[in-house]
Design a protein. Structure first.
Lengths: 315, 280
């Protein structure tokens, strides 16, 4: 809102007839100068308010209604009460945390291990471009790659059978943890490079002399990495993990194409829950209530985590 | 440059074993999926997977004959390009304002812009759907353009801002003493000086826009707005199930230009992905 007040200041600084014209002009131009930075940033802010403030307000408003096609029936807090006792909602929340948490943890560990081995390697350019490739496919295409490999084409089952781990076929959609692991593998395959690229860049751009000094003192590389390099790039790790964490909690495409929440809703993420309530059962008011809950969590997370990560990341 | 000497704890066998296996894990599914694009439909979903298929151009024929693939391509290109242009028009002045001026509320505005990146598409999906429906913009490329621009604006602002922070203040001061106004300085000095940042931001915004799925799924419903990303999900032949060879082919058609773009900005990639927080 400060934006609007300040731009309003331009109009108020009308030339005063009693004073010499030059002075009035100067005064107007100083008001303009003060408003200028706000004028530059205002279009972007207004545009973004259009996609955050307006939809946010709309969702809050809609969450107090029962929406039946064009008819809106006010129901007070009913949607929220229902949400509170809806086991599917809690299940979706839990699934998002379980699937996202496991995938994020694995991605961090793998990306860090790969970065540790790769960043001083002579072939780093090759590793970087090879590891990057999965990230360059459209997420919907990646979902189909794994849908074919796990379910429709039974390739994973066949490979596991060939090395003698199983007999018969695994039903990756029929078992809770198998279904969850397809989502985890698909996410891991596509997005580990995101963290890898950032970690390697951070490791390469740090002060090499510190590592060198530690090495001359006779420390081994794993020890140097753990005690010297990692602490130095900690702010970068924080930013990368926060960004990946945000994206992982909004996981939708893989669920939509790979599992559709089966079996029994154990792979349904919160984004898919909102989508299903809104666009499959057309229960828009209820879906909006879930969206509002997610919005509150997002705002809290942004204030607590993101602000801190980005402030230290700039150091 | 002097070569690094081998030192304690540097196990080359282990190193190449780890890096090599991950490289295989990355490449094998890609190559296998490429092979899907060049096999007949009868050799895709089979009781036993077929690893050495017969070569076939079925998918090409299918794409060109049965699917309006050029419409999807055109929609993707128009919506993505348009959204990047909108982002640059809105984002460059905003980034300039956030870097070059001191004013009340500046950091809060900057953080607000950043925080829109945290918004899950699902939170705003329903209101956005109703908004576009009321504007009569459902199933329209223009709606996609507007929404992609909004989704990526925070990224564009923050990446460009990070590059603008690197421009020495003296460059600007010199121009100012020559009597250049703020807008001229932005146009003639700042923009050329942070061109790598602008290109990086554009490429990353374009890739995210190409990949966007949820909003496109809700807004597009026919070939007049389907993009490549969402069209894939509809490559099903009714009772025959998913048409994987066509999907594979389309995903490689989208992959190649993205690969070229990424190789172009390779040096700036980590900085772009972290919205400027990492200067690598």
């Amino acid at each position: 809102m400060a934006v609007l007040d300040q731009t309003g200041g331009v109009a108020r600084a009308a030339p005063d007839r009693a004073r010499p014209r030059e002075k009035a002009l100067r005064r107007r131009s100083s008001a303009l100068r003060r408003a200028f930075p706000y004028l530059l940033v205002a279009p972007a802010v207004i545009y973004l308010l259009g996609i955050t403030l307006y939809p946010g307000a709309y969702a809050i408003y809609q969450s107090f209604y029962l929406v039946r096609f064009t008819e809106w029936i006010p129901v007070g807090f009913d949607n929220y009460v229902e949400l509170w006792s809806d086991s599917e909602f809690w299940q979706a929340l839990l699934n998002t945390l379980i699937i996202g948490g496991i995938a994020l943890a694995l991605e961090c560990v793998i990306a860090m291990a790969l970065a540790f081995f790769a960043y001083r390697d002579a072939l780093i350019r090759v590793w970087r471009i090879v590891f990057l490739m999965p990230m360059l496919f459209m997420p919907s295409a990646v979902a189909f790659v794994w849908k074919l490999a796990f379910n429709d084409g039974r390739v994973i089952s066949d490979l596991l059978r060939k090395i003698g781990l199983i007999d018969g076929n695994l039903d990756f959609l029929g078992n809770v943890w198998l279904a969850r692991s397809t989502l985890i593998v698909a996410d891991l395959w596509q997005w580990t490079p995101f963290l890898f690229i950032i970690f390697v860049a951070a490791l390469q751009s740090q002060d090499q002399e510190v590592e060198e000094a530690a090495r001359l003192d006779g420390a081994s590389w794993p020890a140097i990495f753990w005690n010297v390099s990692l602490p130095m790039i900690r702010p970068v790790i924080a930013v990368a993990v926060v960004l990946r964490g945000i994206d992982i909690t909004t996981m939708f495409t893989n669920v939509f194409i790979l599992t559709k929440g089966t079996p029994g809703g154990t792979t349904e993420t919160i984004s898919y829950f909102i989508y299903r309530q809104g666009f499959q059962t057309f229960n828009f008011g209820y879906a909006s209530a879930a969206a509002v809950v997610m919005l509150v969590v997002t705002i809290l997370a942004a204030q607590l985590v993101v602000k801190r990560a980005f402030r230290s990341g700039k150091a | 440059m002097e070569k690094r000497r081998k030192s304690k704890g540097d196990n080359l066998v282990l190193r190449y074993l780890v890096l090599g296996s991950w490289a295989l894990f990355c490449l094998v599914p890609i190559l296998w999926f490429l092979s899907i694009g060049f096999r007949p439909r009868t050799e895709i979903i089979t009781p036993e997977p077929i690893y050495w298929p017969t070569f076939s151009l079925d998918a090409w024929r299918l794409l060109l004959a049965d699917w309006p693939i050029f419409d999807y391509l055109r929609n993707s290109v128009v919506a993505v390009t348009g959204s990047v242009v909108i982002d640059l028009i809105l984002g460059i002045p905003a980034a300039y304002s956030l870097t070059r001026y001191e004013y009340r509320g500046r950091d809060d505005i900057g953080f607000y812009i950043l925080s829109t990146r945290m918004m899950a598409p699902a939170i705003v999906a329903i209101p956005i759907f109703f908004l576009f429906r009321n504007m009569g913009l459902l199933d329209s490329v223009w709606a996609l353009m507007l929404i992609y621009a909004a989704v990526n604006l925070s990224i564009v602002v923050w990446i460009i801002r990070s590059y603008m922070l690197d421009i020495p203040k003296e460059l600007e001061d010199a121009a100012r003493t020559d009597g250049a106004g703020d807008l001229r300085i932005l146009w003639e000095i700042i923009i050329p000086a942070c061109l790598p940042g602008i290109i990086t931001a554009s490429v990353i915004a374009a890739i995210f826009a190409i990949n966007e799925f949820l909003f496109t799924l809700l807004i597009a419903s026919t070939k007049s707005a389907y993009t490549m990303s969402v069209a894939l999900a509809n490559f099903t032949g009714g009772s025959d199930g998913v048409i994987y060879n066509a999907i594979a082919l389309v995903s490689f058609l989208a992959f190649l230009p993205i690969l070229v773009l990424i190789v172009l900005i390779q040096k700036h990639l980590s900085r772009g992905l972290t919205m400027g927080a990492v200067k690598g």
